[in-house]
Design a protein around this ligand. Structure first.
Ligand code: ADP
Length: 795
């Protein structure tokens, strides 16, 4: 038995419990490849093994199932090493016509029975999952036929009377109903945004127009999200065609208005399946001709094609594929002959299990709704954020033709201020807030350099064009610092400047300092009338430690920066020597970055403030490393990563841990440190952060409007001057946060009881349930008693 058979993490010990009925699981990837499919296979293999299951990879999708033989291979722990960072699918995928025939499926069934496989996890799109369901529904008949033809024995027929099927959705289009997001879509969005960002610079240089075609035959998710994340001028998607027959004129008017404001570039995003309201396709070349002929713009078409499928998966897809695949194995272990085949999905930021066929049916319904011109139904069938994001895009990107304008008396002066460390998405949020505000008739003022800037009177009105291009800018265009009102900056001076500049609403963009500022400003309302205005806080910090939100802006960008750095570090170690890297990451007193990056990079273990470090824990981890390196091929170099949150311990510093590992590793392995520091703020914000920023900022402006509305109406009706005090309501000082799929406003008073002010974070953290998976999937699972027993049996 291994020295480290006992997991050391205190949470979710049931993960390490043996399965009562270990199964023989086949895993295959099918249909179009999607980044993250490898992470899915890795997690199925490793989690399955840790539960005592035997796991087989079926190579080349259903074709491998039909061909059998070499195409069905038993996997061991090491066979999936390094797969997290590899795009596409290493076990291959294929379109397989024979599987669409009963004869092909009969052969596939025989191959499974002969290999003793009783469960199948299929990762693919709706076609693949339909195939999986057909296979399961006729399984009994296939078994009878194989028996009657003498191809399997009576005993085999009784043992394999039932087949378990579990579906995972691998699709870059995010086109499956019943799940908010599919494996691969976010990475694809990364590739598209990188391309569009590059096109922006050439478009700017030549003052050109570009029409960019992105994938999505029946689904506009990629096109819409690209439009939001890159600030494109116009987007065409299949689910929501332009309302007007003469959409060409509408598009030209928008492009022209933007040009008149000073834009040097025009970017139009068109989904492959874009249509007009009469279902005629809207093609990139046609749009190009319109822009060239009517507006005289030098216009080019770029079709992104297969670059959209490629490359190393983004952090989000690695994590999504991993946590869903663990649930897929759990679903296999739970399944009974009577349970319908489940589909593993995602809803409200949680992994879900629902009926597979229902999801496939709803997915087909989208195409049907579109073909029947029932576009409202098509939008409804998309994930719940889709419609809101569409609205956010329109409200922030297209300079409105005055239809969104509020009556004059409802228009306010909004100040926007950044506070805390820079985080990806701060600028995107500011841009959206400014544009939404202008479209409503408000005036938006940017405050430079946080609260110290405000007391110097350093603020300026921002115009629609002055924030152009900010979506893709990292850092903070306005300038930011950590000074908190009432602590580092005099509250009286702040109140004075607010009154002097007639600021009637305030938007703070920042991390925990912004939350502290919100608390202090709300407290000070009793003293200063000019602070009796609505104040909203858009959470933005890499540490993701703001209460009242599942995600802060910048945390996704940071995760991706860490993942990219760790991939490079592991590659270096693998090329040269057996080495353990102790990588120090940011996060303050929050282990979010370490946990999520730990999952996404396959870190060996993590040290986080929520758990601390003890000598016994270190001892156990070192023993575990010895076990792993002993188990490795002696001729191969192997790099391993341990992530340590910067504040976890004053005693066990990054250097101390690394030195201990080096000494204990003796000649078997050595250790180095890597302190990632400010690299973690990331260069260009990730698409997810830009999209979240857009949505939160739009809702933020709506919040500020809502909480000024009553006082403004009252003054207007009474023909009185606008009062300085617009709102004292505690609900009007709130965090604008993401909760599941919703944007929620949670007041200071609501949040304080659930906030750990000393450690600067919320008391509960949804991501903490991911914690034990890091250790389990990186090697502890190899030494669970059940995995050891299964190993002994197979050898
Ligand atoms: P995706 O899974 O990405 O939607 P496809 O629609 O091409 O991709 O499906 C992938 C494979 O799934 C097909 O090549 C075929 O082998 C199998 N498949 C699809 N539909 C069915 C079906 N109705 N019956 C059996 N197999 C199917």
């Amino acid at each position: 038995m291994s020295r480290s058979d006992k997991p050391t993490t205190a949470v979710a010990p049931e993960l390490f419990e043996p399965a009562k009925n270990p199964r023989k699981i086949g895993v295959l990837t099918s249909g179009g490849d999607a980044p993250g499919m490898n992470a899915a296979v890795r997690a199925v293999v490793r989690y399955g093994i840790s539960k005592g299951c035997e796991v087989f990879a079926v190579y080349e999708g259903y074709q491998g199932l039909v061909d059998g033989g070499e195409h069905i291979r038993q996997m061991d722990w090491k066979s999936v090493r390094g797969w997290l960072s590899v795009g596409g699918t290493t076990i291959g995928t294929a379109r397989c016509m024979p599987f669409k025939t009963r004869e092909g499926r009969l052969q596939a069934a025989e191959n499974l029975v002969k290999r003793g496989i009783d469960s199948l996890i299929v990762c693919g799109g709706d076609g693949s999952l339909t195939g999986a369901d057909v296979f399961r529904s006729e399984w009994g008949g296939l078994i009878d036929e194989l028996l009657s033809q003498g191809r399997i024995s009576q005993e085999e027929a009784s043992t394999f009377r039932h087949l378990t099927i579990v579906g995972l959705v691998g699709s870059i289009d995010n086109d499956m109903s019943s799940t908010d997001i599919t494996i691969g879509a976010v990475t694809s969005l990364h590739r598209i945004c990188e391309a569009v960002d590059s096109i922006h610079t050439t478009a700017m240089s030549h003052s050109r127009a570009f029409v960019i075609e992105v994938m999505g035959r029946h689904c506009g998710w990629l096109a819409l999200m690209t439009g939001i994340a890159t600030g494109a001028d116009f987007v065409f998607i299949p689910e929501r065609p332009p309302a007007e027959d003469d959409w060409e004129s509408v598009m030209c008017t928008v492009a022209q208005r933007h040009r008149q404001l000073g834009k040097r570039k025009t970017v139009i995003i068109v989904a492959e399946g874009a249509i007009d309201k009469s279902l005629n396709p809207i093609k990139a070349d046609y749009i190009k001709d319109i822009l060239a002929d009517r507006l005289g713009l030098d216009t080019r078409v770029t079709t992104l094609g297969h670059t959209q499928r490629g490359g190393s998966p983004a952090a989000y897809d690695r994590i999504l594929a991993t946590i869903q695949s663990v649930q897929a194995v759990e679903a296999v272990l739970r399944s009974t002959p009577d349970t319908p085949s489940p589909l593993i999905g995602m809803s409200n930021n949680k992994v879900t299990t629902g009926p597979l066929m229902k999801a496939v049916e709803l997915t087909h319904e989208v195409a049907k709704a579109i073909s029947e011109k029932n576009f409202a139904r098509a939008m409804e069938l998309r994930d719940p954020q889709f419609a809101e994001e569409f609205e956010a895009y329109n409200a922030s990107t297209i300079l409105d033709d005055e239809t969104l304008l509020l009556p004059k008396h409802k228009r306010i002066n909004i100040a926007i201020l950044h506070i805390g460390a820079p985080a990806g998405g701060m600028n995107a949020a500011t841009r959206t807030a400014v544009r939404c505000a202008i479209n409503r008739g408000h005036r938006a003022f940017g405050v430079y350099n946080g609260f110290p800037g405000l007391i110097r009177g350093s603020l300026e009105e921002l115009s629609w064009i002055s924030v152009d291009g900010w979506t893709s800018h990292g850092g903070s265009e306005l300038g930011t610092n950590r000074d908190v009102p009432g602590v580092d900056v005099d509250m009286g001076m702040i109140a004075h400047q607010m009154q002097k500049n007639n600021i009637q609403a305030l938007m703070l963009v920042g991390g925990f300092e912004a939350f502290s500022a919100l608390v202090k400003l709300e407290e000070a309302r009793s003293k200063y009338p000019s602070l009796c205005i609505p104040i909203c806080h858009i959470p933005a910090t890499v540490s993701n430690n703001v209460p009242g939100t599942d995600y802060s802006l910048g945390s996704d960008t940071s995760l991706n920066a860490i993942v990219t750095a760790c991939d490079a570090i592991v590659q270096s170690a693998r090329s040269s020597r057996r080495r353990v890297f102790v990588v120090e990451v940011q996060g303050g007193k929050s282990g979010y970055l370490a946990v999520e990056a730990g999952l996404a990079t396959g870190a060996n273990t993590i040290y986080i403030p929520e758990e601390g470090i003890s000598l016994s824990r270190l001892q156990s981890d070192v023993n575990h490393l010895v076990d792993l390196y002993k188990d490795d091929d002696p001729d191969k170099s192997e790099g391993r990563i341990i992530l340590r949150t910067e504040t976890v311990s004053d005693t066990y510093t990054t250097d101390v841990i690394s030195n201990i590992i080096k000494d204990e590793g003796n000649k078997m392995f050595d250790s180095r440190t890597a302190v990632l520091g400010h690299i973690q703020q990331g260069g260009t914000p990730s698409p997810m952060d830009r999209i979240r920023a857009t949505r939160l900022a739009m809702r933020g402006v709506q919040f500020l409007e809502k909480h000024t509305s009553e006082a403004l109406d009252k003054a207007f009706e009474a023909k009185e001057a606008v009062p300085v005090e617009l709102s004292k309501d505690p609900a009007s000082a709130a965090v604008v946060g993401i909760t599941g799929v919703d944007v929620k406003f949670r007041s200071v008073q609501e949040l304080l009881p659930v906030t750990d002010l000393k450690n600067r974070k919320p008391r509960d953290a949804w991501w903490f349930e991911h914690r034990p998976l890091v250790d389990l999937l990186s090697g502890r699972g190899l030494f669970t008693p059940q995995a050891q027993a299964a190993r002994a049996q197979s050898s």
